[in-house]
Design a protein around this ligand. Structure first.
Ligand SMILES: Nc1ncnc2c1ncn2[C@@H]1O[C@H](COP(=O)(O)OP(=O)(O)OP(=O)(O)O)[C@@H](O)[C@H]1O
Ligand SMILES: [Mg+2]
Length: 276
């Protein structure tokens, strides 16, 4: 679906001092239908990577292929952007119209679809994010979680294969976060390819795979329980691990016989009190 090949990226800067690379010789592949979470400290290059993936930024070296097409080919950029949709942190900045259904239609309208098809796609997208009942509402009256779901519907109406989320829950209350996470899980179940950038370890734990970025390079890459088992390395990078993973790690350090690859509360309890 996406292939990042030896990508370097540095923002243009005014000083004559050579700046460190923001993305530093980065390579990885994202397979069709995969749910990949990206973790990393502030400034590690996560948002820059998201923009490189859908051609909003172009690599200085190497290339990004989306469904086999390079973002360096200007004539393919439009298709890449409609096939790899990007959802940002702040839902308010993504809402452009005064009625929910118009807002959802906005991106898809530019695809030049027949009116009937456009209408069907908007309804389908609103249904998927569970916002169909709000289609004639004014977006500014919605909660943060609802607005974010409308923003996601706007991307879905363009019928993307890949959806890239850049900290979509960072500005939401716990209820809004939950709604958006459930929507992302639903899209994953519907076989969309998902890339989720997040600061929340419990969200990353839901993914098939986690990549931890550090200064534009991959620090860790693997299944959530493999990645989170590196508790000391995660702390060194400035990240936490889920609370139960840390508890198990600390117990193991004290000599308690417990696995260091625990992700959930139930697993933790089962290991502490095995039912005979
Ligand atoms: N438009 C820009 N111009 C110049 N430098 C930038 C620009 N955007 C980001 N940077 C710099 O690039 C580096 C990586 O930024 P980026 O936004 O990709 O990090 P991030 O991992 O998304 O951080 P956060 O967790 O805070 O969202 C930072 O040092 C940042 O200051
Ligand atoms: Mg960011």
């Amino acid at each position: 679906m996406i292939e990042v090949k030896e990508v370097d990226f540095t923002y243009p800067h005014s000083g004559d001092q050579e700046a460190a690379k923001t993305i530093d010789h980065l390579s990885f592949k994202l397979e069709e239908g995969e749910f990949l979470a990206i973790l990393g400290h502030n400034g590690s290059g996560k948002s820059t990577l998201a923009k490189l993936l859908n051609g909003l930024l172009l690599p200085n070296a190497g290339e990004v292929l989306v469904q086999g097409k390079s973002t360096l080919n200007e004539e393919d950029l439009w298709e890449i952007r409609s096939k790899a949709g990007l959802v940002f942190q702040n839902p308010d900045n993504q809402i452009v119209a005064t009625m929910v259904e118009e807002d959802v239609a906005f991106g898809a309208e530019n695809l030049g679809l027949p009116k009937e098809e456009l209408r069907a796609r908007v309804d389908q997208a609103l249904e998927t994010v569970d916002m169909l009942d709000y289609k004639r509402q004014a977006p500014h009256l919605l909660s943060g979680g609802q607005k974010q779901r409308v923003a996601i519907a706007g991307i879905l109406a363009m019928n993307p294969d890949i959806i890239i989320f850049d900290e979509p829950t960072a500005m939401l209350d716990p209820k809004g976060r939950q709604e958006v996470i459930e929507t992302i899980q639903k899209l994953h179940a519907q076989k969309k390819t998902i890339l989720l950038i997040t600061h929340f370890m419990d969200e990353a734990a839901l993914a098939d795979r986690i990549i931890v970025l550090e200064k534009g390079k991959i620090a860790l890459d693997g299944e959530p329980r493999e990645v989170f088992a590196n508790v000391a390395r995660m702390k060194e990078i400035g990240l936490d691990v889920p609370q139960v993973t840390e508890l198990a790690y600390r117990l193991k350090e004290k000599g308690y016989p417990i696995s260091n690859k625990i992700l959930g509360v139930k697993e933790f309890v089962d290991q502490l009190c095995p039912i005979s």
